[in-house]
Design a protein around this ligand. Structure first.
Ligand code: SF4
Length: 228
């Protein structure tokens, strides 16, 4: 469980707009420590000019107030993302998803590491779907367990890779739109990643990795910013 120590940042960013989409930032905590992540490499939490570092995990009402202040009308989608894993705040995420759909938001997406079912000890895919989530974007980042733990160290070890694959497979059965992405770090086989993702039933996304070894975080059409 996350701690809720007093905040030191005067204006934490819980909701932010880029293009015609709204992004919700629930946590700075991750299950992975991805070697290519700007947060891990450089201590940078900045996306699109927004500093997404949170010193305290916000509650439902705080994020909901921020979302309403940013405005829901006319949004192409609302996305749970940021430099943290949204499903680590699963009850908050589910309640916000229900509110967003009740408010008429056309598309709610979750960007995730795909490890929620492993962490929670149960299949959470039906819960995400029942709450109204429309789409999932899962960071897989490797075509095999050994590469996964090398690029994305975590407390579960290689078991996490299989769990992420299982999550993608289950999600692809339950959701109309599931993408799985891999960051194009040097030496990673795009073909192997793509073949695996397709075998799991998901859409494949290859994400750029620039020459400085940082994720490209500038939003582009059809390619919303995300950390992991
Ligand atoms: S890439 Fe995503 S999952 Fe990995 S450490 Fe960064 S924010 Fe966390």
């Amino acid at each position: 469980m996350e701690t809720t120590t007093p905040t030191t940042d005067p204006t934490p960013v819980h909701a932010y707009v880029l293009g015609d989409a709204l992004y919700l930032n629930l946590t700075s905590a991750c299950t992975l420590a991805c070697t290519f992540c700007p947060k891990i490499r450089d201590g940078s939490f900045t996306v699109g000019g927004f500093d997404l570092r949170l010193s305290r995990a916000p509650g439902v009402e705080e994020v909901w107030a921020a979302a309403l202040a940013a405005g829901l009308a006319g949004r192409s989608e609302v996305v749970f993302t940021g430099f943290g894993e949204p499903t680590r705040r699963l009850p908050v995420l589910l309640e916000l998803a229900r509110r967003l759909k009740a408010a008429g938001v056309a598309r709610v997406r979750v960007d995730t590491d795909g490890l929620a079912s492993l962490r929670e000890g149960r299949d959470v895919v039906p819960e995400l779907r029942a709450a109204g989530v429309d789409a999932l974007s899962v960071s897989l980042n490797a075509p095999d367990p050994a590469t996964y733990v090398r690029l994305c160290p975590n407390a579960f070890g290689e078991r996490a890779f299989g769990a992420a694959c299982d999550f993608i497979r289950e999600a692809a059965r339950a959701f109309p739109d599931v993408a799985a992405s891999c960051v194009g770090v040097p030496g990673l086989s795009r073909e192997a990643c793509e073949a695996l993702v397709h075998s799991l039933g998901a859409r494949f996304r290859w994400r750029p990795y620039d020459r400085l070894g940082r994720l490209e975080t500038t939003p582009a059409a059809g390619s919303p910013p995300r950390a992991g």
